[in-house]
Design a protein around this ligand. Structure first.
Ligand code: C2G
Length: 133
């Protein structure tokens, strides 16, 4: 059983998120998503539209996701990899080379996948504001 782990906020779940989750799941047999809590997002300067409970429920409805756990600190990744016996951590390539992920190299494989162009939570919000909704 090859276990995959990814991290994120996944607010206003969109096609870019789904494609990431699909490709991450294809790297193994079981996908764990460590989902940023509101407190952790505040630290990232992010205010989410949906709260953690809603974002978790939406991710649990995605066929590629097997387990959702909270991400509430930058320093939990090594213990997450050990606790959940993770074989590979997959992230979008905006994180490629980031020391907060490269620190995992001795513990598991690291894969950075190309982001999906043209879509982001920020763009969705901006487009909706622009259309007066
Ligand atoms: N993503 C993507 N394509 C997009 C948008 C996002 O592939 N158009 C990927 C990101 O690269 C990330 C995942 O989808 O791997 C989740 O994106 P966010 O919710 O924006 O996650 P982020 O804020 O980058 O949080 O500890 C790490 C952080 O929690 C990651």
């Amino acid at each position: 059983m090859r276990r995959v782990l990814t991290y994120g906020t996944f607010d206003l779940l969109h096609w870019g998120h789904i494609r990431l989750l699909k490709r991450a799941r294809q790297r193994g047999d079981y996908l764990i998503v460590a989902l940023s809590t509101e407190a952790f997002n505040a630290g990232k300067g992010k205010k989410t539209y949906h709260n953690y409970r809603t974002r978790k429920a939406m991710l649990e409805a995605v066929r590629y996701v097997d387990l959702v756990i909270p991400e509430d600190s930058w320093d939990q990744k090594i213990s997450d990899v050990q606790r959940y016996e993770v074989d590979v951590v997959v992230m979008g390539d905006d994180w490629a080379g980031d020391p907060r992920f490269e620190v995992l190299a001795p513990y598991c494989e690291l894969v950075y996948l190309p982001r999906t162009g043209g879509v982001s939570t920020t763009k969705i919000k901006q487009d909706l504001e622009g259309s007066g909704h």
